[in-house]
Every structure is written in C-alpha cells, then in structure tokens.
Write a protein that binds this ligand. Structure first.
Ligand code: GUN
Length: 294
C-alpha cells in the first residue's frame, strides 16, 4: 500500500502561548519595580458576532499577561464624530499605550480617517499609514498583527524563506500586502494573487510557501498545492454542518492539503492565536517605549 503522508502542523496555539509567557514575565518585571501596567484600549463599533468574539479573546489574552484593557463599545449607528472623539481621548490618555479599532467598521464610517486619527506610537494593530510606511521602507515599527504573527510562526518552525517562491492570495491592507512585504524582506520571491489573477492554480502550484487570506471557505484545493509546500491559512469561517453543528473551516481545504504539503497551519489553532499574541507584543513594546523601559 502506498504510504500516505500528513503535513507537520504549524502549532500557532503553542507558539502563541510561548510568546505570551515571555510577555507576562516582561510585564511583571516592570510592575514589580513599581511601574503601572500596560494598557490597551479596544474600540468596538456595532454588534458583529465574530468581531465580538475576537474582542473577547483579545481582552482575555490581555488579562493573562498583565495588560489592562479598556473596552469602548459603540452601537452600530455610532457617528464618525463619536468614534473620532473617542480616538482623540485615547491618544491623550496617559494609561493607554495601545489602541485597537476592531475591523470591519460599519459601512457608514470612514475606516481610513479613524485609523489615521490614531497616534502612530499607540497603533497596536500597526495599520496606521505611518507604520505601514515604516514596514514598506524596512524600518523598525509597530507591525500589523496577523502578518507579523505568520512570520513568527514560519521562523519558529525554521521555514527557509531565502530564495523561496512565496505566493500570497489576497491583497488586503490587513494581511495580503503587509505579509508580502515581510516575506520579501526575508528574501523570498513573492507573487501576490487576487480575484483577477489568471491561472491562479498554476501560480499556486509554484509556491514553496503559500499564504492564503482570501476570505472564502476551502477556496484552495489540495491538488493546487506543490508537494512539500508550507501552507499558511489565514481564513476562518463558521458554518453550520450536519445536525446544525458549527463547523470551522479555513481558506484551504485542510484534509486534502495536509496530504500534499510539508507543513500546514490548522484552523482554528494556527494563525488566529498568533494574531492575538502579536497584538499583546505590540502593546508591550509601545508601553516600554513610552515609559523608557527598554
Ligand atoms: N479584524 C480581523 N482581523 C483583525 C485584526 O487583526 N485587527 C483588527 N483591528 N481588526 C481585525
């Protein structure tokens, strides 16, 4: 019988726990010397259930490493002025080191105006144009959480990026564009694919490292994947399966892909926990910088 191989799991849950452990030690070393705790303000507008769950997880994670969190919750019909006023107050607050505006915002709000109103040194999500500019030019700064979390995971598992063909599916400011820049900075040859890409399957077939952030459940099929590739699945989808049971899937057909790939992230337990760990890391970095503790 032919041997069926299964890809090694890139365990984001374990890797994130390790990052959190390090952050917890760093925070307690500072607070034991009499410094205040780091503070993260989370702005949540509307009642999207997925966003509410993500925010709840982020707040719990803060608590576990000793970061104080401040939730600013607004109804779905909150005005641009109300949210902008909130950002201004948080910018000026002495106890807030990081600000996170959970995305997506309701359609009537200007996401770019709100992100740009944030002080770049409190931008815990690394999405302010100034921080994205630092990333583009290869300078240190606060990095977008999901892309930075992906890079930490690749590094942790010793994935060689130098000279590798890296393919990114998705071109969002949140994931696709920044992760492509980060892979390029590690000397990978990067191709960014999107909804208008021709012969997508053929491009994906060439990927030594594949990052999928397209937002469509099981979009990437097993036979698209190059044997031995490393697959990073950024997607997360909650659907009702048989017996009305909730089923969680990613952007990649996991069962099929894991018999072809060399390494793969599970969903859940792959990229998601890494995003949260990076948010905490960004907050602690901002805090240490503000208090002159580095
Ligand atoms: N929505 C989905 N992912 C993210 C993220 O990383 N940050 C923010 N602010 N919103 C998101």
């Amino acid at each position: 019988m032919p041997e069926t191989k299964t890809a090694e799991i890139l365990d984001g849950k374990a890797c994130a726990a390790e990052t959190r452990g390090g952050l917890k030690e760093r925070v307690s070393a500072h607070t034991e010397k009499g410094n205040r705790a780091p503070g993260l303000a989370v702005v949540l507008v509307g009642d999207d259930s997925a966003s509410e769950l993500y925010v709840k997880n982020k707040i719990t994670a803060c608590k576990n490493v000793g970061i104080e969190s401040f939730l600013h919750k607004y109804p779905a019909d909150a005005t641009q002025e109300e949210v902008m006023k909130c950002i201004k107050i948080l910018n000026d607050s002495d106890t807030v080191d990081g600000i996170l505006v959970q995305l997506p915002l309701p359609k009537h709000l200007s996401e770019s105006e709100i992100l740009e109103a944030m002080r770049p040194d409190k931008d815990a999500d690394g999405l302010h144009p100034y921080n994205l500019g630092l990333l583009l030019t290869g300078k240190p700064g606060l990095r977008p959480c999901t892309p930075a979390g992906v890079m930490t995971l690749l590094d942790k598992y010793g994935v060689k990026l130098e000279g590798a063909n890296a393919v990114v599916i998705g071109r969002s400011n949140l994931v696709g564009k920044p992760v492509a820049l980060m892979l390029m900075q590690k000397n990978a040859t990067v191709t960014i694919c999107h909804s208008r890409t021709k012969d997508l399957k053929e491009v994906v077939r060439n990927a030594d490292v594949l990052v999928v952030a397209i937002g469509k459940s099981k979009f990437v099929q097993g036979d698209w994947i190059k044997p031995g590739a490393v697959v990073i699945d950024v997607g997360i989808h909650y659907t009702k399966g048989d017996n009305e049971k909730s089923v969680i899937t990613g952007d990649v057909d996991y069962a099929a892909a894991s018999s072809v790939a060399r390494m793969i992230t599970p969903v859940p337990g792959g990229v998601g926990p890494m995003t949260v760990a990076q948010l905490l890391a960004n907050t602690v970095c901002s805090y240490e910088k503000r208090l002159g503790l580095n």
